[in-house]
Each structure stands twice: as structure tokens, then as C-alpha cells.
Design a protein around this ligand. Structure first.
Ligand code: N01
Length: 488
């Protein structure tokens, strides 16, 4: 049995995954961890996404840590600031501040097989060693900036939704929003009534279903705080509602797709009266193929006289605005890029060098693969949270993350209690698992259109092809036989 101080653990990233892992380590009595965070504050997505209207599109009773449930969510889908405040509270409650190394970006990780340790190098040139790394650096972190000609010519302000500049005043300005994905459906209705003119550039319309958001009255919050059973029951019900709706979003089925389409078209009809406008907002691809969005007021924004939907392609950005290929110049004072993120899973987040000098990018040359999305053969003692093929299109990603944390902690306990040097997922086990995942992909709906879910070759290495509950059952429990276990 090795003691804690001989067993440093590095947690990379202080978002939901990293913070959740730290708490569970503490609960397991393991204190020898450090959380490395490249930004100056914790929070990940909820630190970075502060655009007007930014909120969770999964109910907060499910989109929160199951071991840190919050009776005080103000509404079903909490706003970004409230989620960030929750994470800050959790960090204080669990006294994680002194475990954090903020402003510290890991730029290289190299496995020393003789010693069974990972050597981590920071952007400041410091080095740290870790017996185990829990990597929770997120999949949708770095903004994707569109490659549109003339962007530098624009005389006004340009900002990405994930890097909102709160000093830019939008009131009474002409604002152009490029993109109509999950971020756009939140920002568009929120700023529509503030700006003088809102022009929304839609390349591909999205299926949007009703959000049915509501504030929790004070008595409900008191009830949930007083009787945790009700809070757990609320989480349980919301989890199973989203889970049971899952097949509509993920199976490639005409019948299930028709159900989704009718739900979305009902949402469109109740918000938009003009049949021509409805037509322009209606997707022509199968329901679920791209992420299904939720909103009660996005489509209604286009009924306003001061909001224009533009479906002509963008030709270039000019000094005064956005020129579309019909020759029209859409004048603007501010351009908002709601153009999404670079899929962080496509490559390693920084050079990660495993056994025999192999890099993770080399291992992932034909797409990111990992055993249950967590461990990659040749990269021992390295556990990914929110890794390949673990994203949900229908429910809270945190359900998956908690299973990954549980798995990693069992591995840490095994390494410690048996004095092992390393645990490396067996290549045959990893390959068999991923062959099964890709086989199941053929029954899923995601191959039929272009989205961030897919790699350039059309393969899907981002989403899990099935129910969250099934993933949790498969991933939560460590089977030591799946791993090559090597002692000193
Ligand atoms: O990004 P997106 P997002 N010219 O990639 C368009 C999560 N999220 O930030 O569809 C013109 O969905 C692009 O058009 P097209 C969630 O997982 C969660 O909105 O490629 N348009 C699309 O319309 C989500 O899936 C929450 O044709 C261009 C849009 O930009 C993920 O983040 C909230 C273009 C990008 O949509 C990403 O969402 C927000 C160009 N050159 C986000 N380039 C929660 O509430 C791109 N587009 C939890």
C-alpha cells in the first residue's frame, strides 16, 4: 500500500468534470491531488459563456452534480451566471481553492514508464509529476472563428458568443448574428428587444423544441431544501423524462423522427404565424441529426419588425457590415459570431506522449478512440473525462462524467492498494469496445447531415450511441481484467 504523498494525482481542468473528480477523490479519502486550470478562475463552460441569455439547455436538477444537489435553482434551466455561482460555492464548500493552480496551462505530458509517472510541463516551464492524470479539459472549449473574407475590414465590434465583451453596448445598435445553433437560439431572443436592428444569418435552420422553462416559487425551493427526498425525486423524474425521449433524438427511425418533427413544428407554429417565414426556418434534414435545440422564444423573435432572417450565403464582411451573395450589404455596428467551437476531441489538447514515445495524436490519427471514452491503450494511468463517444444529444453530460470519475477512482485505489506501477487498457479490449460503438453508429441518426458531431471522414467520435443509463452501467465499474496491470 502506497501512502498518499507518494501518489500525486493531477486533475486537468477546473470545470464540472475536474471539480466533480476532486470532490469524489476527497470523499474516497484521497487528498493528494492538484487541479491545474489554464484560466484565472474555475468554471469552464460557465466561466466562458456569459453572452446574454446563456443558460443550460438541460434541466438544472439533472445538470448538476448528483452528490451536490442544489435546492435553490431559480428556474428549470438555470442561467450561466447561476451555474457558475453554484460551482464557486461547491469549490468553497469542499475547500478546493488551495488545491487549484490557476493560470497554469499544461503544455506537455510525457509518461515515464520506468518510474510509472506522468511528467507534466506547464506554459511557465515548470514541471510536475503525477502517478495518475484525470483529464477534464472539455470538448467544446475553444471558439471556432469562421473563415469569412474581410473580417478584419469591419469597422465595428466583432465578438464570439463564448468570448463576450460586456463593454460593448448593444442598446440601439445594429447587430448581426452569424450562426443559428444552441448559442444563437439563446442570444437572439435576449437581445432582440434591446438592439435597434437584429440581422440573423442562417446557413442551416435547426429543429427547435419547446423549452417550457419556469421559475421555481420560493415555497418549492424551501420544500426541496427541507426534504432532500423531493430534490432527489425531481432529479430522478427529469433524468428519466430526458432519457426516455432519447430515442427520438438518436435512433435513425422514420417514426421517431416524425414524432420529433411534429413536436418541433408545433413549437414553430405557436411562435411564427407567417407561413413563408416558417418555411425558411424549417430544416430539411432528419430530426436529431444535428443537436436539437430548445427554446420558447427564439423563433418568435423573427416576427418582430426589427429582426431579419437572412438565408442568403455570406459572401464577405466589409467595413460597414455583411455582404451576402445576392449583392446586398447588411449594415451593422456589431457582429456576433455564434459559430460554435472547435471540437476538442478531434486531437489531443497538447502533446501527450505515452508508452514507447507514441503521441496521443498518433494514436488518434484515424479518429479519437478510448475504452468507454476514458482510457487509451499505450497511455497508462491517464483517465479522460468527457472523452470520445461519451457525449449525449439528449441528456446531461454530467451523468456520463460521474461514471467516468467512479471508474478512475477505482483504478487509483487499485494502483495504490496493490502498489502497481501502471494500468494500461488492453488494446484488444479497447478495439473490441470501439468496433461495437461504431457498429451501433449505423443505427443512429447522426450520419445524415453535416455537424460538429462528425469528423471530416463522416465518422462519429463524439456521441455515445445509446442511453445514458446503459453507458453508466458499462462504465461505472472497473473490470481489472480489461487492463494490463504492471507492478514495480
Ligand atoms: O455552435 P453550433 P453553438 N457562416 O456549432 C453556423 C453546446 N452548447 O455554440 O449549421 C455561416 O451548434 C453553423 O451553421 P451550420 C451544445 O452542445 C450548449 O451554438 O454549420 N454560419 C451553426 O448554425 C452545442 O451543440 C449550451 O450550417 C456559420 C452555428 O454557426 C454546442 O455547444 C448552450 C459559419 C454554430 O452552431 C455548440 O453550440 C450553447 C459560417 N462560416 C451551446 N460557421 C447549453 O445550454 C458556422 N456557422 C448546455
Amino acid at each position: 500500500m502506497q501512502n498518499d504523498t507518494d501518489f500525486p494525482i493531477a486533475i486537468l481542468g477546473a470545470g464540472f468534470a475536474g471539480i466533480g473528480a476532486a470532490i469524489q477523490l476527497k470523499k474516497a479519502g484521497i487528498e493528494s491531488f492538484t487541479i491545474f486550470e489554464r484560466a484565472s478562475e474555475i468554471g469552464g463552460t460557465w466561466r466562458d459563456n456569459t453572452y446574454p441569455g446563456a443558460a443550460c439547455d438541460v434541466p438544472s436538477h439533472v445538470y448538476s452534480l448528483s452528490f451536490e444537489q442544489n435546492p435553490n435553482w431559480s428556474q428549470r434551466y438555470a442561467a450561466s451566471g447561476e451555474i457558475q455561482a453554484y460551482l464557486l460555492d461547491v469549490v468553497d464548500k469542499w475547500k478546493l481553492r488551495d488545491r487549484l493552480r490557476l493560470n497554469t496551462e499544461i503544455v506537455e505530458a510525457r509518461f515515464d514508464e520506468n518510474a510509472g509517472i506522468w511528467r507534466l510541463t506547464t506554459d511557465g516551464g515548470d514541471t510536475f509529476t503525477a502517478r495518475v492524470v484525470l483529464a477534464g479539459v472539455g470538448g467544446l472549449v475553444d471558439p471556432a472563428y469562421p473563415n469569412i473574407a474581410g473580417m478584419d475590414d469591419f469597422e465595428g465590434e466583432v465578438m464570439h458568443t463564448a468570448r463576450w465583451n460586456h463593454e460593448v453596448v448593444l442598446r440601439d445598435k445594429r447587430v448581426s448574428v452569424i450562426g443559428t445553433g444552441a448559442s444563437a437560439v439563446q442570444v437572439v431572443p435576449t437581445i432582440a428587444s434591446v438592439v435597434a436592428l437584429l440581422t440573423v444569418f442562417q446557413r442551416t435552420p435547426a429543429w427547435v423544441v419547446a423549452k417550457l422553462d419556469a421559475f421555481y416559487p420560493a415555497w418549492v425551493k424551501r420544500l426541496l431544501a427541507r426534504f432532500p427526498f423531493f430534490l432527489k425525486a425531481s432529479r430522478f423524474v427529469k433524468y428519466w423524462v430526458s432519457e426516455l425521449r432519447g430515442p427520438i433524438v438518436f435512433y435513425n427511425s422514420k417514426l421517431l423522427s416524425a414524432i420529433g418533427v411534429s413536436l418541433s413544428k408545433w413549437n414553430l407554429r405557436r411562435q411564427v404565424k407567417d407561413p413563408d417565414l416558417r418555411k425558411r426556418l424549417t430544416p430539411d434534414f432528419q430530426f436529431g441529426c444535428k443537436r436539437v435545440l430548445v427554446s420558447d422564444d427564439y423563433w418568435a423573435s423573427f416576427e418582430r419588425d426589427d429582426v431579419e432572417l437572412v438565408t442568403d450565403s455570406i459572401e464577405r464582411i466589409e467595413a460597414k457590415g455583411v455582404r451576402t451573395d445576392d449583392g446586398r450589404l447588411h449594415e451593422a455596428d456589431v457582429i456576433v459570431l455564434a459559430t460554435g467551437f472547435k471540437l476538442g476531441l478531434a486531437t489531443a489538447p497538447f502533446p501527450i506522449i505515452g508508452r514507447n514515445g507514441q503521441t496521443l495524436d498518433e494514436a488518434w490519427a484515424s479518429g479519437a478512440v478510448a475504452y468507454k471514452g476514458m482510457t487509451v491503450s499505450g497511455f497508462p494511468n491517464w483517465f479522460i473525462m468527457m472523452g470520445p463517444n461519451t457525449g449525449p444529444g439528449h441528456t446531461s453530460v454530467l451523468v456520463y462524467t460521474e461514471a467516468q470519475i467512479a471508474h478512475a477512482i477505482q483504478a487509483i485505489q487499485k494502483l495504490q492498494s496493490e502498489g502497481l506501477k501502471l494500468m494500461d487498457i488492453r488494446r484488444d479490449v479497447q478495439d473490441r469496445y470501439n468496433a461495437g460503438i461504431q457498429k451501433r453508429m449505423t443505427r443512429m441518426v447522426w450520419g445524415g447531415c453535416n455537424s460538429w458531431y462528425l469528423n471530416a471522414d463522416g465518422s462519429n467520435h463524439s456521441l455515445y450511441p445509446g442511453f445514458a443509463a446503459e453507458y453508466v452501467l458499462r462504465a461505472r465499474k472497473l473490470n481489472p481484467n480489461d487492463y494490463e496491470c504492471v507492478g514495480y
